[in-house]
Design a protein around this ligand. Structure first.
Ligand code: TYD
Length: 390
């Protein structure tokens, strides 16, 4: 059942080089599956249409993410004492660089990004995650006792194949750790910008546990973490009678039921909040412009692409974006074609307001821009509702 229409959208991580470049567009409709509570985008693209040789996203671009992956690596080494590790979607090696190179293997289909991992000495296969690939890996490397995947499983259309392939090479006593944005946090924050062509699914504990059931996999523990504006890290094992559920799992289950994540009406109410958010955001930008103030964007994120195209915000409102990723600089925000410039520290002389495209890194950004804030420079955030901060 479709409950939200976010309009005609370009591909989020394809940054045009020129304003006249032709872009592929699709209608971003969000669906609630009444049977299993799975939330997905209606138009689902194959991985090879999106994750190619010139993918611009680098996980190591923020200190926050580096720190989060370092801490998890320590936990895996010291608490679980597991040492043979496979990562699905290892990006630039931000996680695997913390492990012994001999016992770890990364899968990364985007060759430009895989190269960055290889430069760190990590063993990487430049491939898509499929059942065939898992069999090939099993023949060459045997099974693994940790399989990790961050912000990747939700990007792959065929979840049955994903988990069948994982089952194929996970040790019987191995741990599957996956982390992805939390549906509950998305709903609480009105973070409709978590929806774009790459985010095919947004999991809740309730929906993911149903998908895993079919594959005899069980979520035994979970943690709510701050990554990507609120994610859940799930600890999953092959189901057996000895496995015990942690209290955090039961707590999350209760919380999600209490917040109605299994009911369509929750998402219809969310849709109304999203429509209000759009009105409020457009009015806020109009008001600031009518006072002759200058607005720029901070963080040319995929999420911002959804917001700008849904709210139809062009360079009439936001002059340009700053971003630290070399692959995005001197290009344009998809769809609305706002220029992206190489990042420089914000200066009050040039900027009155900065729209937080990377709102999920607010703390890191505020720390970095403390002089701008001291000089009464302001940010705009649409999360949880459009407003000026601090
Ligand atoms: P992210 O929020 O992970 O976005 P998405 O998955 O929605 O694309 O991406 C962060 C983007 O923000 C990335 O392009 C780098 C940029 N960025 C900055 O320009 N400055 C910063 O201080 C931080 C933390 C990120």
């Amino acid at each position: 059942m479709i409950f939200l229409d976010l309009g005609l959208q370009p591909f989020a991580n394809e940054y045009p080089k020129n304003t006249k470049d032709k872009e592929k567009k699709y209608r971003l409709l969000i669906d609630f599956n009444k049977k299993n509570g799975v939330i997905s985008i209606k138009k689902k693209f194959q991985s090879n249409k999106i994750f190619k040789k010139d993918y611009p996203y680098r996980s190591s671009i923020s200190k926050t993410m580096k720190e989060s992956f370092r801490k998890l690596s320590n936990k895996i080494k010291h608490k679980f004492r597991k040492n043979k590790i496979l990562e699905i979607g290892c990006n630039d090696g931000v996680f695997l660089k913390n492990f012994n190179r001999k016992n770890s293997l990364g899968i990364e289909p985007c060759s430009n990004i895989a190269k960055l991992s290889k430069r760190k000495g990590i063993n990487v296969l430049t491939e898509y995650w499929t059942y065939n690939l898992s069999s090939k890996i099993k023949r060459k490397y045997g099974k693994f006792n940790i399989i990790f995947s961050a912000n990747t499983i939700t990007h792959i259309q065929n979840l049955d194949e994903v988990f069948k392939a994982i089952n194929n090479i996970l040790d019987d006593d191995g741990i599957l750790i996956i982390q992805d944005p939390s549906l509950l946090e998305l709903i609480k924050n009105n973070a409709y910008d978590q929806f774009y062509n790459e985010h095919i699914y947004v999991f809740s504990y309730l929906s993911l546990s149903k998908i895993l059931d079919k594959h005899n996999l069980k979520i035994l523990d979970l943690e709510n973490i701050k990554d990507h504006g609120g994610s859940i890290r799930y600890y999953i094992k092959k189901n057996n009678d000895k496995n015990k559920l942690s209290t955090s799992v039961l707590k999350q289950k209760k919380l999600e039921i209490k917040n109605g994540l299994n009911k369509l009406e929750t998402f219809i109410k969310f849709k109304k909040r999203v429509e209000n958010s759009k009105k409020k955001f457009v009015n806020l930008l109009k008001k600031i412009k009518s006072d002759n103030k200058k607005i720029i964007g901070y963080g040319a994120t995929a999420k911002a692409v959804t917001v700008l195209n849904y709210c139809k915000i062009s360079s009439k409102y936001v002059d340009y974006f700053f971003d630290t990723t070399p692959e995005k600089q001197n290009k344009f925000m998809p769809g609305v074609k706002i220029p992206i410039k190489k990042y420089k520290k914000l200066k009050r002389k040039f900027v009155d307001f900065a729209f937080l495209g990377a709102w999920n890194f607010k703390e890191e950004i505020f720390f970095k821009e403390n002089n701008y804030i001291k000089d009464k420079g302001k940010f705009i955030s649409h999360i949880p509702f459009p407003k000026i901060i601090p």
